[in-house]
Ligand binder design. Structure first.
Ligand code: FAD
Ligand code: NAP
Length: 333
């Protein structure tokens, strides 16, 4: 298996940050993965690079996951379990299911990246998270060199969280994920602008294809296309704050958007950032996207440190104005 030296990662991260990987290779089968794992030194597994920010060269080995395959694992009258190679493109897998009339992930249309990264932060959008359809995954332990299966409980999914992003960070390569899709889908339409968009499309009795189309239309209208403008989606998580914090904010800002999250309250981070005046702000080639303040963008030649510094300024100003400490969602290297 060919290991290349000093390779630019510009085309392997959607921010378009031009850093070098000391060593670089791709793997498309388990044998190749095993032979490419380094005995020691830093290792980074990359899928589509749509949730990473490189702030410096990577002084180790970068391995790009290219494990393919979509197969029906089992099936009954109500559902189908699909086992999917971690290197499959997430959106193409969603389209595959939508085309077959299998429901459950249509709200997750047009999320960039790979299937293997979907459990990493329990990807979510429009009221659906992958934990809602997750069955199990297989992961290869990089030290033990053995495949381990993880069920739902063992993944410890949370809001943009899993055991792989925290406790087991850097220890496993996710190699396949199995999801349960429904033959008679129950649609989730009440979130964000989906209903409005279906109305715009003049759809009266929506099916999963309509919902997927609506989500794609909304996303295309408000999110930057990484192929045209470097970004990694939402840079920060939406904070979930104690009721008292919410009440303190709403005393000064009666229109603050808020959503119940157990006994706490979720406040859209984009709103907090916007109130601090960052929306549309640009410093050099690093910027805060004019249509959605939660998305930081690279207008061309920004480096990772410049994007990170902007995120730090945003974080500090939100903390100062609202007493809320935002947490970065994007993985920083
Ligand atoms: P990468 O960026 O390649 O990797 C992310 C992290 O996962 C890294 O730490 C990496 O080491 C690790 N990793 C990747 N693959 C594996 C593997 N096989 N085994 C072990 N570790 C691995 N996210 C959402 O949740 N919801 C959204 O709606 C959403 N919208 C987005 C919109 C845009 C325009 C963009 C650019 C991003 C968006 N994202 C969203 C973020 C991103 O697309 C997801 O987090 C996606 O799952 C990342 O996949 P990836 O393959 O690009 O991961
Ligand atoms: P939006 O519809 O403008 O809503 C703003 C925020 O309010 C969302 O982030 C969402 O939180 C929350 N929200 C909206 N309706 C809700 C409801 N009925 N119940 C609970 N919370 C609600 O958001 P948007 O920016 O256009 O994004 C739409 C969806 O795509 C969101 O789910 C968002 O998370 C997802 N998205 C994620 C990324 C990423 O990189 N992670 C990038 C773009 C979009 P939640 O985020 O918790 O859903």
């Amino acid at each position: 298996m060919q290991i290349q030296q000093s390779i630019s990662l510009k085309q392997y991260n959607t921010f378009g940050i031009d850093v070098l990987a000391k060593e670089f290779a791709m793997f498309a089968d388990m044998q190749a993965l095993d032979s490419l794992l380094p005995e020691n030194g830093p290792l980074l597994i990359l899928g589509g690079g749509s949730n990473v920010l490189f702030t410096s060269n990577f002084a180790g080995r970068v391995l790009v996951n290219n494990l393919k395959g979509i197969a029906v694992d089992s099936e009954d009258n109500e559902s189908v379990i699909m086992k999917v190679g971690a290197g499959e493109n997430w959106h193409q897998f969603v389209m595959h299911c939508v085309d077959k009339g299998l429901g459950g992930i249509e709200n997750l249309s047009l999320i960039p990246g790979s299937v293997g990264a979907s459990p990493m932060q329990n990807i979510g959008a429009y009221g659906v998270e992958i934990k809602d359809v997750f069955v199990e995954l297989e992961a290869y332990h990089i030290y033990d060199r053995a495949t381990v299966k993880f069920n739902m409980d063992e993944c410890k999914f949370g809001y943009r969280e899993s055991v792989f992003k925290r406790n087991y960070n850097g220890q496993f390569v996710i190699t396949s994920v199995s999801y349960r899709l429904q033959k008679t889908p129950v649609l989730m339409l009440t979130y964000g602008a989906i209903m409005q968009e279906l109305e715009n499309m003049q759809v009266i009795n929506p099916n999963i294809k309509h919902v997927s189309d609506a989500v794609i239309r909304i996303r295309q209208s408000k999110l930057p296309d990484p192929a045209k403008l470097g970004n990694a989606g939402s840079f920060f998580k939406n904070p979930i704050v104690p009721q008292e914090t919410y009440e303190a904010i709403s005393a000064g800002y009666p229109n603050v958007p808020a959503f119940h999250a157990g006994d706490k309250v979720k406040i859209p981070a984009g709103w907090l950032i916007e109130q601090c005046g960052w929306k549309g702000h640009r410093q050099g080639d690093a910027g805060c996207f004019p249509k959605q303040a939660l998305v930081l963008v690279n207008y061309g030649t920004a480096n990772g440190k410049e994007i990170f510094d902007l995120s730090q300024q945003i974080l500090e100003s939100v903390q100062k104005k609202f007493g809320v400490m935002l947490e970065r969602e994007v993985n920083i290297y």
